[in-house]
Design a protein around this ligand. Structure first.
Ligand SMILES: Nc1ncnc2c1ncn2[C@@H]1O[C@H](COP(=O)(O)OP(=O)(O)OP(=O)(O)O)[C@@H](O)[C@H]1O
Length: 276
């Protein structure tokens, strides 16, 4: 999947301002960025749900603006807006959607891996927000997609449900599904994505692996400790050596030794210029 010079404007508002993006088959790629950065617009253009104003796009070998039904059947989509509260049960809903696809997964298995087994017989409208979101995810994967788009999939999930969802995504990735994910949870991006990009004001401002993006692997670590002279703080590019030398002094009054390496969140906030 690739986009070159992608542009989309709404009146005078430039939502996507020349984004270049390449996601290889089998990759899990995360798009990060503040509210209104242009992530959903980008993803919906790639899904064929919105028309672009400029740029070149190829998704599974076709232009989403003109691709047909067979192409669409190879995609799984979890939109940001949740499924409407329906009168159907979870099982009926998942079975119903399975019929739209040429080689769907087994509905009961999908219900199970999405953590909905206990709610299979419940009407969708009776579910909690997080449970409804799981139904969205179930409908996104029922068609055995080659490419899965997940727009803020775990919003409203409790911590345990998020972990279950992460293992589901890893399983799908291991089976070869390509996944494009948007999320505001930096830990989610770090846990799942092989590569990620940060979008701000319609532009892609950084791209890399969770370990290297924004120069993360080369940014200095901060070592802090306390001794009889008070509190100390040093920046170092080699914290292991620094700490070894420090402790070799044998100062028995030393305590509270900590090494802080920048987290993905630190790097992200630096990139978008919001670090406090
Ligand atoms: N249908 C629309 N009509 C007019 N403006 C829109 C429309 N959809 C999005 N926008 C505008 O385009 C910009 C990008 O919005 P988009 O939804 O792509 O951001 P986002 O990065 O997905 O944000 P969030 O993290 O809040 O979901 C915003 O300024 C938004 O107001």
């Amino acid at each position: 999947m690739s986009a070159r010079g992608l542009r989309k404007t709404y009146g005078a508002n430039v939502a996507v301002d020349g984004i270049d993006l390449t996601v290889a088959r089998g990759e899990v790629f995360a798009l990060l960025g503040p509210n209104g950065a242009g992530k959903t617009t980008t993803v919906e253009i790639l899904e064929g749900h919105r028309q672009r104003d400029g740029g070149e796009v190829k998704v599974l070998g076709e232009d989403p603006g003109t691709a047909g039904r067979a192409w669409r059947a190879k995609l799984g989509i979890v939109l940001q807006t949740a499924t409407d509260a329906a009168e159907l049960t979870v099982r009926e809903t998942v079975r119903h959607f399975a019929k739209y696809y040429p080689s769907p997964r087994d509905p009961d298995e999908v219900i199970d891996v999405c953590g909905l087994a206990e709610k299979a017989g419940a009407r969708v409208r009776s579910l909690s927000g997080g449970q409804r979101r799981r139904v969205d995810v179930a409908l996104g994967i029922i068609g055995r997609p080659e490419l899965l788009f997940l727009d803020e999939p775990t919003t409203g999930f409790d911590p345990e449900a998020r972990r279950q969802f992460w293992s589901l995504i890893r399983r799908l990735a291991n089976e070869g599904t390509t996944i494009l994910l948007t999320t505001h949870y930096l830990d989610e991006a770090e846990a799942l994505a092989g590569r990620l990009a940060v979008v701000a004001r319609g532009r892609l401002i950084a791209e890399g692996t969770p370990q290297t993006i924004g120069g993360r692997s080369t940014v200095a670590a901060t070592v802090t400790w306390r001794d009889s002279n008070g509190e100390h703080r040093e920046e170092t590019s080699d914290p292991v050596e620094f700490v070894a030398k420090l402790t070799a002094r044998g100062d028995r009054t030393m305590s509270d030794l900590r090494v802080h390496s920048p987290s993905l969140e630190d790097i992200y906030l630096d990139l978008i210029g919001e670090r406090v």
